[in-house]
Design a protein around this ligand. Structure first.
Ligand code: CAO
Length: 425
């Protein structure tokens, strides 16, 4: 069966997390992704957070499936020659170097266009043009500068970063969409173009509802925030809202049976207006269905603490899975707090390929997150990440058409490491 991006060749100059997230998606959709890595060391994450000595880390393997790896010193003249040949033959170049790095290597946008006018050059940077454009940026910097941290956490606590990698993986997702869109446009124009995604912009896009609330503040307090019900005045900026939901429907995380021992024995419950009467029935407060202090959403706003305390009395008598079953039978939205252990063991996620087991020659079997985007005509088969430089010779010969003598000349120049020597290291 063919894949959606069959025939698209990607020159993958990415490292760490944001860029590799993007190119892994393209590889899952069928693109031939050639990851260019520095001889000897490769992507820095190969050696970061290693759980098994001298084995590619899970950090690396889980972000670089279905790719091929070539080692190339792009500051070496022969390395530049190979890079030029790769630019000529690839459709897309993706990079997330620090600002100005590609230019300093001698591969400006103008130069790349000259080599291959159809090339799409896609970049992730920390910031867009402006005062911070030259800064290097990592995940938490993006979360803090993109509005996530100032709006996450509790009102009376510190700003918080979230475990979801919205700066890195989130921006990688944005970039992937930009790339396929540019590929689509190229069908009509025949031209490549630049695609850029800044991590600050990506995080702000994901925090869109908070910029909405910032403007609503000018017209009065945010009545769906618990702070309003608690009679606490709003300041000039959108406050942290604890576990309040962003959509205006009151919601809280509530304790379930076993919470004293299990840090994840909790469930998120939403008191959505259309199911209010059913909630009253489930918790045994039938009088609240008609009582003027509880019957309507505006009346409930100032009583949410009392209401959720009462619902929690009920949830504490059940496990989070029992609560999920009972509430869902009545279409009352809720979400058990699932631990990573529970997710890793979840058989339905295994069945859909969202959690996959992958075999690796030096690591053995490990779990990864598969492709969360399912295409009916382009199913994803998750293949292990490449060893450093595993495909160097194959790419020089098959993609660039180099003879054995030419490949040997490239190795001798120090621009690449022959795969056999790399394996010995
Ligand atoms: N051959 C030769 N040199 C290479 C090379 C290769 N194959 N690959 C990289 N290099 C060189 C670059 O040319 C650069 O050299 P100069 O500084 O002399 O021009 C050098 O390696 C460092 O590149 P860098 O600035 O990208 O790397 P860093 O470790 O200093 O910074 C990071 C890392 C992530 C902060 C930076 O790349 C960055 O800000 N990227 C954009 C934002 C981003 O994606 N952040 C998310 C990171 S987590 O996903």
């Amino acid at each position: 069966m063919t894949k959606a991006l069959d025939g698209v060749r990607v020159l993958d100059f990415t490292h760490v997390q944001s860029g590799p997230t993007c190119t892994q998606l393209l590889a899952w959709f069928g693109a031939d992704v050639i990851k260019v890595e520095r001889p000897g060391s490769g992507d820095i994450t190969r050696g970061q957070l290693q759980d098994i000595p001298k084995v590619d880390s899970l950090y690396f393997t889980m972000l670089n499936h279905n790719k091929r790896s070539i080692t190339l010193d792009t500051k070496n003249p022969k390395g530049k020659e190979v890079l030029t040949a790769l630019i000529r033959t690839c459709d897309v170049l993706v990079e997330n170097f620090g600002p100005g790095v590609l230019d300093r290597m001698g591969f400006t946008w103008e130069k790349i266009q000259e080599i291959n006018p159809r090339m799409i050059v896609a970049s992730i940077k920390g910031f867009g043009p402006g005062p911070y454009e030259d800064c290097k940026v990592y995940e938490n910097v993006a979360q803090c500068t993109g509005g996530a941290a100032s709006t996450t956490g509790f009102r009376d606590g510190l700003p918080l970063v979230t475990g979801a990698q919205i700066g890195d993986s989130g921006t990688g997702l944005h970039l992937a969409l930009g790339i396929v869109t540019a590929l689509y446009q190229r069908h009509h124009t025949g031209r490549g173009q630049r695609v850029t995604a800044a991590m600050q912009d990506g995080v702000l896009n994901l925090c869109r509802v908070k910029l909405r609330d910032q403007q609503r503040l000018a017209h009065g307090p945010l009545k769906e925030y618990s702070q309003f019900g608690e009679g606490i005045e709003f300041g000039e900026a959108v406050p942290r809202a604890g576990n309040d939901s962003g959509g205006g429907q009151p919601g809280r995380i509530l304790k379930c049976k076993g919470w004293e021992q299990d840090p994840n024995a909790y469930i998120y419950v939403i008191t959505q207006a259309p199911v209010w009467e059913k909630i009253c029935d489930v918790i045994g407060e039938t009088g609240w269905k008609t009582h003027p202090d509880y019957a309507t959403p505006p009346a409930r706003l100032s009583r949410l603490n009392e209401i959720f305390a009462r619902i929690e009395q009920w949830t504490m008598t059940k496990t989070k899975f029992e609560v999920m079953e009972i509430l869902n039978a009545d279409d009352i939205p809720c979400g058990p707090i699932l631990s990573m252990k529970e997710l890793a063991e979840d058989q339905s996620l295994r069945a859909t390929g969202t959690i996959v087991e992958v075999d690796h020659p030096t690591r053995g079997k490990y779990l990864s997150v598969g492709n969360p985007i399912k295409l009916s005509d382009s199913p994803t088969e998750v293949k292990r990440s490449p060893l450093l430089g595993e495909h160097t010779d194959e790419i020089l010969r098959d993609v660039l058409g180099y003879s054995d003598a030419h490949v040997a000349e490239i190795h001798d120049s120090g621009a690449t490491t022959p795969p056999r020597k790399q394996a010995a290291e």
